[in-house]
Design a binder for this molecule. Structure first.
Ligand code: NAP
Length: 257
């Protein structure tokens, strides 16, 4: 089996960094290159800059040179809302995006730049992590900082599908910083898991489980040309059977938005 060279963007993010660490554990299958904008953060998280390229996804030239020779791309960049100021007592916190960091620039233009660079370089597969909720234009996440984040994310997903590159779009429920590999994962479509979760379970999933799904999507051909929502049963759910068979999981998913 030949080793796949995989570029992971958003590599210093909370899920992206987990993907880099996991892919490094499969060194006989993958050679991983991390792409991140802050050298200090890379060193804090990984100890050294080795295996990383420092760059910004709004810079097409750096993306182009970085992606050259890669077999696959994992997109884990996202606009990040920041709290304006600690809320006064009884008030809800207000959020905003930094200049240059609006969802239109990061989740649309920035993701489009990555998909275009991948197309030009002949990359064979893209795994994109997005978010559930995109079928509802009035979803509360869209009003954060007037960013319409889910609308821009969805537009990028459509662009990826139309690019002709093999895609896997993983739309996660609320992300948890909890251990992975301890839950049953549930896949769905069209936000049905969000509006009608089975047995009213929380619509969330550990970041570690999402990172493992990304790895499995790169390993399992059945994951190609699929787009799906994913949540997890709670860890202590008596009906839960820990997901280990990813071929079966991916075979329950379909292509198209
Ligand atoms: P995260 O920690 O917010 O990471 C986002 C990454 O994007 C960061 O590494 C950030 O870089 C990078 N980034 C932003 N702008 C960039 C630019 N211009 N150039 C280069 N890199 C840039 O991500 P997460 O919370 O793990 O979420 C992963 C994905 O799941 C996102 O798409 C998110 O929307 C989605 N999701 C989140 C939730 C949730 O509950 N939070 C729920 C469902 C889905 P820095 O490290 O330098 O900041």
């Amino acid at each position: 089996m030949s080793v796949k060279k995989v570029l992971v963007t958003g590599a210093t993010g909370r899920t992206g960094s987990l993907v880099v660490k996991k892919l490094r554990q499969y060194s006989d299958e993958f050679k991983v290159v991390g792409f991140a904008r802050c050298e200090t953060k890379i060193k804090e998280l990984f100890g050294s800059k080795e295996g990383f390229i420092v760059g910004d996804i709004t810079d097409k030239l750096t993306l182009k040179s970085t992606i050259e020779g890669c077999d696959a791309l994992v997109i884990l960049t996202s606009a990040i809302p920041k709290m304006k100021a600690p809320p006064k007592e009884g008030e809800r916190p207000q959020f905003e995006f930094e200049p240059g960091g609006m969802p239109e620039q990061v989740d649309w233009i920035g993701q489009k730049n990555q998909i275009d660079a991948a197309t030009e370089a002949g990359v064979k597969q893209i795994v994109l992590v997005g978010s559930m909720g995109g079928t509802n234009p009035n979803h509360p996440l869209n009003s954060i900082g007037d960013g319409k984040i889910l609308i821009w994310k969805r537009k990028s997903e459509q662009y990826l599908i139309e690019s002709g590159i093999n895609y896997t779009i993983i739309r996660a429920g609320g992300l948890l910083d909890k251990p992975g590999g301890q839950r049953e994962l549930l896949v769905g479509k069209d936000d049905q898991l969000l509006t009608e979760p089975p047995n009213s379970i929380p619509t969330s999933i550990p970041r570690e489980d999402v990172a493992q799904l990304v790895v499995e999507a790169l390993r399992e051909p059945m994951a190609k040309n699929k787009a799906f929502d994913v949540i997890s049963k709670p860890e202590d759910d008596p009906t839960g059977v820990v997901t280990t068979d990813f071929l079966t999981l991916f075979s329950q998913t379909t292509g198209g938005l």
